[in-house]
Design a protein around this ligand. Structure first.
Ligand SMILES: C[S@@+](CC[C@H](N)C(=O)[O-])C[C@H]1O[C@@H](n2cnc3c(N)ncnc32)[C@H](O)[C@@H]1O
Length: 272
């Protein structure tokens, strides 16, 4: 690894990974290079590439998955905005099938490589990770066999018939995307055959805004408002029970479990 790799250059639209921010000596995480000579995991990414780094919320979620093995054993799981695929890979050490989804061929190809590199961890329990495109801004799953990471009709049927757990880590940083994700969640759970539990991690980030001339956490507030709306939704078919999960479960992975890092659980059941 050349010296240039050790220097992080900040551009105005670059987002530094919190994980590396707090573990500056963990450079071995960057050692694996892809065919283009780029690392599979990077220390800082432009905003459109935020899925190419592991966010702290993915590690908190992974810890929770390891703590709640009972919830994942033999199940079908769907992860939204999976990025590097870390949480999906951990879930697949217990689950039967994990649909690990995100957008962009480049990102999904990186995720697929991570899944392949870790297949020895999931194979022992028979778990399979399927990397697929699921864009919150699109109403339907892509079934064009020529499109990379598209879905077969059998996979879509399996997803709707068997999914009982949904996961998403650190995907609430832009209000339009948060709206799109909650719309996707609502659309999906109405199509699922079974009751399900969604588990979301979020980090409450404070920003100084010129609009307020103050420190605010607008993206977090919007996430909380979206949870509130979901809980109040009364469409006669499903009910959504939202609760925070106390982060008192064991920490097996290396990251700083800061107070602003939160986990939320949404239990979705047929309305009585
Ligand atoms: C901050 S990253 C979090 C990645 C990963 N979950 C983690 O915690 O390490 C946000 C993720 O949301 C994905 N994303 C953004 N817009 C999306 C969309 N319209 N549909 C699906 N995923 C999207 C990004 O590609 C990225 O992987």
């Amino acid at each position: 690894m050349g010296p240039a790799m050790d220097e992080v250059t900040f551009k105005s639209d670059t987002v530094l990974s919190d994980v590396h921010l707090y573990t500056p000596n963990q450079r071995h995480l960057m050692v694996r290079l892809n065919g283009m000579g780029q690392p599979e995991h990077t220390m800082a990414t432009p905003l459109e590439d935020v899925g190419k780094q592991v966010w702290r919320g993915a590690l908190l979620l992974a810890d929770y998955i390891l703590f709640r093995r009972d919830l994942f054993q033999g199940c079908t799981v769907l992860e939204l905005g999976a990025g590097t695929g870390l949480a999906s890979i951990v879930a697949a050490t217990m689950a039967h099938t994990v649909y690990c989804t995100d957008v962009g061929t480049d990102l999904l190809a990186m995720c697929q490589r991570n899944v392949a590199l870790n297949s020895h961890l999931t194979a022992t329990g028979g778990g399979v990770v399927k990397v697929k495109e699921l864009d919150w801004l699109k109403d339907n799953l892509c079934t064009d066999p020529k499109a990379p990471f598209s879905w077969s009709e059998e996979e879509i049927a399996d997803l709707y018939d068997h999914t009982t757990v949904l996961l998403a880590a650190e995907v609430f940083y832009d209000d339009d995307l948060t709206n799109a994700l909650f719309n996707t969640l609502s659309r999906l759970v109405h199509r699922l055959k079974n009751a399900c539990t969604a588990i979301f991690s979020v980090e409450k980030r404070f920003n100084f805004t010129l609009r307020h001339l103050d420190v605010t956490c607008e993206a977090y507030d919007h996430f909380r408002a979206s949870l509130d709306s979901l809980e109040k939704l009364a469409d006669g078919r499903l009910r959504f029970m939202v609760e925070p999960v106390e982060a008192s479960f064991p920490q097996l992975l290396v990251y700083e479990r800061i107070r602003q890092l939160e986990l939320w659980k949404i239990v979705v059941e047929p309305a009585a």
